[in-house]
Design a protein around this ligand. Structure first.
Ligand code: FAD
Ligand code: DHB
Length: 391
């Protein structure tokens, strides 16, 4: 089987790339190791930047976002029992939209399948051999081993995928920080405590109070990295969320049925370069941000836009200059998101017992709430910097 672009992984990066290539008349095959139900129900991200939302509308997959997305102007921060709203929309324009990642994935899958374009589920890529003018992939499917040849390979297979290992070690520089904490995440049938998401900075650690609809909340607690979920009963989770979000200006947090619990590590990671020959890395395969600030999904979409332009230019003109510049085009925006995520993480989490650190964090939080300059700087990145343009 031959295609122009073999796409490994049907997450936001792979599916967005596939949609953008299809609209330029470039053929691709998407290979996903899980089944359709799994990827359409896996609870993960939920905050879309304005450029991500605009793109989904431009390519005709924005109906679900219009129907169910919750449009927010910014977020709340709470510390010293006092709540502050940061209204970024007023200062920088645009919005953040709450729309679950699995619904965006389902919308993109429906678009792909509806257009009759190949998307193989339960197809796990085992090996990639790249040559100067193409690549050969071995893919394990329920029917047996499948061989696919392609002009290019897009590694959209997440942090634990197979593609990154195919970059030669001497061409790669990796940057990594692993935080000693994780996020314990829940979904619950409760009413959101604030009309937009909220970060609470507390001496026990951050609590995050987000939502997935008017009656469903998504909340997170900072916990030690080696936490066992079994140690966290529903009651203990509610007690800790209530303690960390206690305030003098809002009603106490509502409790209800928890129907999903998960743990996610906090890590910053960038793989420079993001390409080798005919292989390109996108999204979590190339970089991870800690979840504070909700940038991961949006970066995956941004990489897909950059690679789709470069592939479009290649097939139109035969010139490879935009492909050659793929990493250097993506990386500045990735590093700005890394910086934003690190600043939010280090300001909002308790990562040290040193009282001086809390005073410094409180000073920064106070600047965020008192200075419109600070809010504009945060808001520009939170609502979404423009996608990179090589032209
Ligand atoms: P993925 O979504 O991981 O997709 C990779 C796909 O590749 C998977 O479906 C996988 O099954 C497949 N695959 C892997 N190996 C193979 C193989 N060998 N063969 C075939 N297929 C393979 N980001 C935000 O922007 N906003 C948020 O609010 C946010 N919140 C988050 C909350 C949590 C708890 C977590 C865990 C993450 C959050 N993120 C958030 C991050 C976001 O979910 C990821 O950055 C995003 O999923 C990256 O998309 P991707 O397409 O690069 O990778
Ligand atoms: C959510 C995720 C985040 O990473 C964040 O910073 C805020 C909200 C969410 O899942 O809604």
């Amino acid at each position: 089987m031959h295609t122009q672009v073999a796409i490994i992984g049907a997450g936001p990066a792979g599916l967005t790339l596939a949609a953008l290539l299809h609209r330029q008349g470039i053929s691709s095959i998407v290979l996903e190791r899980h089944d359709r139900t799994y990827i359409e129900t896996r609870t993960r991200a939920g905050i879309l930047e304005q450029p991500t939302v605009d793109l989904m509308h431009e390519i005709g997959v924005g109906d679900g976002i219009t129907r169910e997305g919750m449009v927010h102007n910014g977020f709340y921060v709470r510390f010293d029992r006092t709540t502050h709203h940061l209204d970024f929309t007023r200062l920088v324009g645009g919005h953040a939209t709450v729309y679950p990642q699995q619904k965006l994935v389902a919308d993109l899958v429906a678009d792909r399948v509806g257009g009759g374009e190949p998307l193989l589920f339960e197809a796990s890529v085992r090996s990639i051999d790249t040559t100067t003018d193409g690549a050969r992939l071995q893919v394990q499917t329920p029917e047996g081993l499948l061989e696919i040849t392609a002009d290019f390979v897009a590694g959209c297979d997440g942090f634990h995928g197979v593609s990154r290992a195919h970059l030669p070690a001497d061409s790669v520089r990796e940057f990594e920080r692993t935080y000693p904490v994780a996020w314990l995440g829940i979904l619950a049938h409760t009413t959101p405590t604030t009309p937009e998401g909220m970060y609470c900075a507390h001496e026990n650690g951050i609590s995050v109070h987000s939502m997935r609809g008017p009656n469903i909340t998504r909340q997170y607690l900072q916990v030690p990295a080696d936490t066992d979920l079994g140690d966290w009963s529903d009651e203990r989770i509610w007690d800790e969320l209530t303690l960390r979000s206690a305030s003098d200006d809002f009603p106490v947090l509502e409790r209800g049925e928890i129907f999903d619990k998960s743990l996610a590590p906090l890590r910053s990671y960038v793989c420079e370069t993001m390409q080798h020959g005919r292989l390109f890395l996108l999204g979590d395969a190339a970089h991870i941000v800690p979840p504070t600030g909700a940038k991961g999904l949006n970066l995956a979409v941004s990489d897909a836009v950059t690679l789709s332009y470069a592939l479009g230019a290649f097939y139109l003109t035969g010139g490879s200059e935009h492909l050659d510049a793929y990493s250097s085009t993506c990386l500045p925006r990735i590093w700005k998101a890394q910086h934003f995520s690190a600043v939010l993480t280090e300001t909002l989490h308790s990562l040290s017992a040193d009282p001086l650190d809390w005073q410094l964090r409180r000073a920064r939080l106070t600047r965020w709430v008192e200075s419109e300059h600070e809010q504009s700087a945060l808001g520009e990145v939170y609502l979404g910097l423009p996608f990179p343009s090589p032209w």
